[in-house]
Ligand binder design. Structure first.
Ligand code: NAP
Ligand code: HSE
Length: 432
């Protein structure tokens, strides 16, 4: 048996440098926990000329072929991100009989089936705890600790960047651009932050969570997605006035015979809801199971060391499996094929903000239009916030199918007294 498990690290940016740091700082206790040493043999980067004091004594390369061909390397740790060449490198590592640990939700949400199939074929481990929720343990709990349950719902805040931004915008009145820049500087945002603010990163995580929770393959393109870029300071003010916070939520529901729903969208959440207190870069994921009831997982959803905590835990898991000759045992758990329910059929309550003419009869015309479309209103407020000769109407609906809301908005915009539909945001966890 080898004395030392050898690693190749693909990428040494925010997450990779955290992995190097955790392996160094906790070397003694990790060695004790595994029963032998773990060492980084090679690091793959784009720019080998860049000075990297953290990597002193470690071989740095830009050539993946040397890693794939190196028989000493046991585990390839992919923390470079993006779809390509990350997917190809992971597949080649698996084909070469190497175990893979990754933080890459992009590849999992698009090509999960390929990588799991490949790991199964070659009898090696494939671990991805850091791909969802940064440092929060959620993949292992879903695959192991909660496996006795039929899981019916997952609902969470799974993007650190947008939660950081929304918290700062709500609590400190900061501007969207300023807080986005801060999140980038702190290393929370993706290389292209559009993935964060447009909800794509959260959608990839939602696809991964729903696939595991509901045992059916959910692809990134199955998730209906809306980001936070259209949230305005006015929506934030209304949310506060009405007793809500705004959060970007990832929601998955198993609706039994009619299929599963998987969505990412911003939502008004009552201030009393436990997810409303999840602020800054913190993430949290609620899971509802038929035996456990509700469970919530909470922690830092992005950042160098929190994410490295999950990556290194996966390395330890694989190293232990190598020691116990137990690799390649628990891979893909998508053994069912459940239909994805179309967005039009999904029910929710809605906050709808309209700019209208400020004259008698307008409120009645709007209420009648909603009523004719089958949308029942729970509350309506009319204001004249800084708008000459116009008023804003804010309506909160009862639970209603998305299709009926869409049709009601089409009818409303055709009314001569309605000038603009300014915002449509779901309201979650409200009584019908
Ligand atoms: P990052 O800071 O941009 O670092 C990327 C690293 O990968 C850099 O060292 C870069 O090399 C290297 N790299 C990129 N493309 C490469 C290529 N084609 N060939 C060789 N090396 C390449 O990224 P990150 O924030 O650490 O994220 C890494 C992964 O972790 C992503 O999948 C991300 O979604 C995931 N993740 C990130 C966080 C977080 O908080 N940041 C949390 C959870 C998961 P150079 O140094 O030479 O440029
Ligand atoms: N950009 C991601 C986030 C990194 O902000 O949550 C963690 O996956």
């Amino acid at each position: 048996m080898k004395d030392t498990i050898q690693l190749a690290l693909l990428g040494v940016g925010t997450v990779g440098s955290g992995v190097v740091q955790v392996l160094k700082e906790n070397e003694r206790l990790l060695t004790e926990r595994i029963g032998r040493k773990v060492a980084i043999k090679t690091v793959l980067v784009r720019d080998a000329a860049k000075k990297r004091p953290l990597l002193e004594g470690i071989h740095v390369t830009t050539d993946f072929d040397t890693i794939a061909a190196d028989p000493d390397i046991d585990i390839v740790v992919e923390v470079m991100g993006g779809l390509h060449p990350a997917r190809e490198y992971m597949l080649r590592a698996l084909e070469a009989g190497k175990h893979v640990v990754t933080a890459n939700k992009d590849v999992l949400a698009e090509y999960g089936q390929d990588v799991f199939g490949c790991a199964e074929k070659y009898g090696v481990d494939f671990q991805f705890e850091a791909s969802v929720g940064g440092g929060i343990p959620i993949i292992a709990p879903l695959k192991h600790s909660l496996t006795a349950n039929r899981i019916t719902e997952i609902m969470g805040i799974v993007n650190g960047t947008t939660n950081y931004m929304l918290t700062k915008m709500m609590e400190e009145g900061c501007s969207y651009d300023t807080v986005l820049k801060e999140a980038q500087e702190k290393g929370y945002a993706e290389a292209d932050p559009t993935a964060d603010v447009e909800g794509l990163d959260a959608a990839r995580k939602a696809a991964i969570l729903a696939s595991i929770a509901f045992n059916t393959r959910v692809h990134f393109s199955d998730v209906s997605v809306e980001g936070i870029s259209k949230i305005t300071p006015a929506d934030i003010d209304y949310a506060k006035d009405l007793g809500y916070v705004i959060k970007l939520l990832a929601i998955g529901k198993d609706m039994g015979d009619s299929g599963i729903e998987v969505q990412v969208h911003p939502a008004f959440l009552p201030k009393s809801h436990p997810l409303s207190a999840v602020n800054g870069v913190y993430n949290a994921i609620f899971v509802r199971g038929n035996a456990i009831g509700e469970a919530m997982f909470y922690g830092q959803g992005a950042g160098s060391l929190p994410t490295a905590s999950a990556v290194v835990a996966d390395i330890v898991e694989v190293a232990r499996n190598i020691g116990n000759d137990n690799c390649g045992k628990l891979l893909c758990t998508c053994y069912e094929k459940k239909p994805i329910r179309p967005l039009d059929e999904v029910e929710s309550c809605y906050y709808i903000r309209l700019l209208v003419d400020d004259k008698p009869g307008v409120l009645g015309a709007i209420a009648t239009t909603f009523g004719k479309a089958g949308v029942s209103l729970k509350s309506v407020i009319q204001t004249r916030r800084n708008i000459a000769e116009h008023a804003e109407i804010v309506a909160i609906t009862h639970r209603v199918e998305h299709r009926l809301v869409r049709e009601s908005l089409e009818a409303l915009i055709g009314l001569p007294v309605v000038d603009e539909i300014r915002s449509v945001i779901r309201v979650e966890s409200e009584q019908a």
